[in-house]
Design a protein. Structure first.
Length: 809
């Protein structure tokens, strides 16, 4: 279906792109686009992992060690609180007692099948009449079955002496209509494995799986597992083909796993421990993650590696570096107790790559993969930061490099984007961005200024969270604008991955995600199509190109915010706008009538404040943070600038938007004294200046938003210039494209992503409403005009005369 491109009635904007096709800057990064996978929003269980039975080993009500549950909330050892569903005793399972029958079900931890999954289900049938006693599982929001499709069931069971062992296994509708039925006899009082195949006679997206009996007695069930026969590449313990096909569509080059915050956990026991995720699924422990549900770890360490290999992706394993999630009341492993955690990382590498004569290499071979997987990247920690991280990072880094110098390590710079690695040995730094859409447009060029002698950059997680966390065309285009900047700088930005990747629509705790699905259908958001277009149109060499575009000046305003704890280091605050005194306070307490006390913060002024000068006295004992131009939006939407002065004299000016932060220039060292010093912040139009004792410490000109962002590569095999152009604005843009240094041939192609409304998104009903349209593109001259529709991404593929494309230049 061809998109209807609506031209704006607003004033047209202008831009010019000058492309110098014979000036090749550097080769494209062959691994720029990859996948970030995390067990969040049921991305794995109830998603990519094709298992159909939920709570298959009856562990879902297990409360993690050292935690307790009260009023439906789980409390971690350090006081982090999260929802925990303990209202249903046996989640996802229900007992059916038909006409005059009676039974009880119990979670039983005596005589476990496996010590790693100690709980089984005991069914005591006490009374039988004409009907049946059954236990039913509803899977992940229904068990999707298809007419003629086969389903492979396996389970462990045992019985007491009184029970006949006769069971019937059925797939049925909610109302009890039978789609498939098989009989089986449990013939032992010891655990045995039983397997059979069910073939469905009908389609139903929300079928129920039922194990029933008409006999008295007691039986136990454990690890009840049902897989469609048709998994991706027909693999056992496999994945959903439709979801993998969406990933294939992105042409990804690496696979980062297993997360995300899941790596960190909210306590030591809930951190990802790879050794508990390998081998027979009956021996894998499930665990409750910080995304509020239990994971079976059915997709475990081995499956992650195998999946990456099958998809031809490089492997990136993220290890816990002895810290739980710093945003969730962290626990830190003492430095002298890190050995076990470091060893865990070394063992993981040995499992992935080690010779089969090594302990862990032998286990990998036993698990079906004698050859090395060739794990290439290890990220040390996820979103960890600060001195606690730095010290642990070093321990992990040196231990890893000593044994595996060929593995490439990745450092976290979360919350410290702009990266200064403080003398640490850093090969690649991982930066994350979850801001509103303007933020991505404003900082589309941030990597133009990065130090080429610094570490390489991996933009490990990014996705806009504007419009109340919804995926929209506009949001996707803002990401695309930022991606043109990544691509222009792919000499240092060598890898990136959008996050999160997948969400089951029934449990989308974090939004937006790249791909949404339910039991039977899947769709990609507009961001998915941006990723696809960028991932498929790479070229070989980045070409010199100069973009001149109209820009949108932003008029920034907002008040001042201080935290209560900063007040010991700040006094004599005075804010003046021209000659008007806006506020003057000697000792601020938060009780004043002209300020607002908001929890730990004191908010001065309001969103109308602009062009002001703030004078104050400052004495830095602990870090001082002064927010300016603050409109005090809620956390997700927050947007302010902040001057930060550390007790070591480290001074930074940063911009915080959503869950993201950009630091302007390098940190500065300032002289701190024991006496009160004179601080001043000046906000004039879009300029911010910070002074200490009259000396300018930071100056920043708030960026204008360009209407057009663009970058160009040359595809040497096809003799094609690939020009990416992003217009994330409401204006049409008249763009002159001037191509120098080559002759253009007439035929070409244009790929266009746009839609009627910038808020448009895809859905189960309209999965490709916002998706690319490909059309021929005829060029007659090496200088031509291209009118870009409002809110559009365009990729022009322009055939050029064969060039000398030396990728080593
Ligand atoms: O992508 C979702 C979460 O965002 C990741 O788990 C975490 O790393 C980040 O905060």
């Amino acid at each position: 279906m061809e998109n209807n491109i609506k031209m704006s009635t607003l004033q047209k904007k202008n831009a010019k792109i000058s492309i110098y096709a014979n000036q090749l800057r550097f080769p494209v990064s062959p691994i720029l686009y990859g996948l970030f996978f995390e067990e969040i929003d049921n991305a794995g269980d109830g998603g990519l992992y094709a298992e159909l039975i939920r709570n298959r080993s009856f562990e879902d009500s297990t409360v993690p060690e050292r935690c307790y549950v009260e009023n439906g909330e789980l409390h971690s050892p350090t006081g982090w609180v999260a929802p925990f569903n303990d209202s249903e005793l046996i989640p996802s399972w229900r007992l059916i007692q038909e006409e005059g029958c009676q039974a009880d079900t119990f979670l039983d931890d005596r005589e476990p099948l496996s010590s790693t999954n100690p709980i089984s289900l005991r069914v005591e049938v006490k009374k039988i009449n004409v009907g049946r006693i059954a236990v039913a599982n509803e899977g992940y929001w229904g068990i999707p079955v298809k007419k003629g499709a086969k389903y492979l069931l396996s389970f462990y069971a045992k019985k007491d002496e009184t029970f006949s062992g006769n069971l019937e296994i059925t797939l049925e509708s909610e109302a009890g209509k039978i789609y498939a039925a098989e009989k089986i006899v449990i013939d032992s009082t010891k655990w045995c494995k039983y397997e059979l195949t069910l073939e469905s006679k009908a389609d139903d997206a929300k079928a129920v799986f039922v194990i029933s009996t008409k006999d008295l007695g007691t039986f136990w069930l454990e690890l009840v597992s049902l897989f469609p026969e048709e998994t991706w590449r027909k693999k056992k313990n496999g994945m959903r083909s439709d979801l993998v096909e969406m990933l294939e569509g992105l042409n990804p080059k690496f696979f980062r796993f297993p997360g995300g915050c899941v790596v960190e956990g909210f306590s030591f026991e809930t951190a990802f421990k790879w050794k508990k995720t390998i081998g027979d699924i009956k021996d894998r422990s499930s665990h409750f993650t910080l995304w509020h549900y239990h994971t079976t770890n059915g997709i475990g360490y081995h499956e992650y590696l195998q999946f990456a290999e099958d998809m031809g992706m490089e492997m990136m394993f993220v290890v816990n570096c002895g810290m739980t999630c710093q945003a969730r009341n962290p626990e830190l492993v003492p430095i002298d107790k890190l050995d076990e955690w470091v060893q865990d990382m070394l063992d993981a590498i040995e499992y992935a790559n080690g010779d089969i004569n090594t302990k862990w290499g032998a286990l990998r071979a036993k698990n079906g993969h004698p050859e090395s997987f060739g794990l290439k990247y290890v990220e040390i920690g996820n979103e960890n930061f600060g001195p606690e991280y730095n010290v642990r990072y070093k321990v992990f880094y040196y231990a890893l490099k000593e044994k595996y110098p060929e593995i490439i390590t990745i450092f976290n710079t979360h919350w410290e984007v702009g990266t200064e690695t403080e003398g640490l040995p850093v090969e690649i730094a991982d930066e994350h961005f979850y801001p509103g859409s303007e933020y991505f447009q404003m900082y589309h060029n941030m990597y133009d200024y990065y130090d080429r002698k610094g570490p390489k950059i991996y933009v490990g997680e990014y996705g806009q969270i504007a419009d109340n966390h919804t995926a929209t065309l506009k949001g996707a285009l803002s990401e695309a604008a930022f991606m043109t900047g990544m691509e222009r700088n792919q000499d240092i930005v060598i890898m990136s991955s959008y996050a999160p990747l997948f969400a089951n629509v029934n449990n989308a705790l974090w939004n937006p995600n790249l791909i949404y699905f339910n039991g039977t259908s899947v769709y990609g958001t507009p961001s998915y199509y941006v990723q696809k277009i960028f991932g498929e149109n790479r070229g070989d060499m980045v070409v010199e190109a100069c973009v001149n575009t109209d820009k949108c000046k932003q008029f920034i305003s907002g008040g001042v915010t201080l935290s209560i704890s900063d007040l010991i280091g700040i006094k004599d605050i005075q804010v003046i706008n021209d000659n008007t005194l806006l506020i003057k306070e000697h000792e601020l307490t938060g009780q004043e009538s002209n300020v607002i006390r908001d929890g730990d913060y004191i908010c001065i002024g309001d969103s109308s404040w602009k062009n002001y000068e703030m004078n104050f006295k400052v004495k830095v004992k602990k870090e001082i943070r002064i927010r300016i131009l603050d409109n005090r939006e809620i956390f997700d939407n927050q947007n302010y600038y902040q001057w930060e002065i550390g007790p070591d004299g480290n001074s930074k000016l940063v911009h915080i938007g959503g869950f993201s932060r950009v630091k302007f220039g390098s940190s500065k060292k300032i002289e701190l004294e024991d006496e009160w010093q004179d601080g001043k912040i000046e906000v004039r139009e879009n300029n911010i200046c910070c002074f200490l004792n009259g000396n300018l410490v930071h100056e920043h000109q708030i960026a204008e938003i360009p209407y057009l962002t663009s970058m160009t590569t040359l595809d040497c095999k096809n003799n094609e210039l690939i020009v990416k152009m992003v217009n994330a604005s409401e204006h049409e843009i008249s763009t002159i494209i001037d191509i120098h240094g080559t002759d253009v041939l007439s035929e070409g192609e244009q790929i266009i992503l746009t839609s009627q409304d910038p808020k448009d998104n895809n859905s189960m009903e309209e999965p490709t409403k916002v998706s690319p349209v490909i059309k021929p593109f005829i060029v007659n001259d090496s200088s031509f005009n291209y009118d870009m529709a409002p809110y559009s991404l365009v990729v022009l593929k322009i055939k050029v005369l064969s060039e000398n494309c030396d990728t080593n230049k």
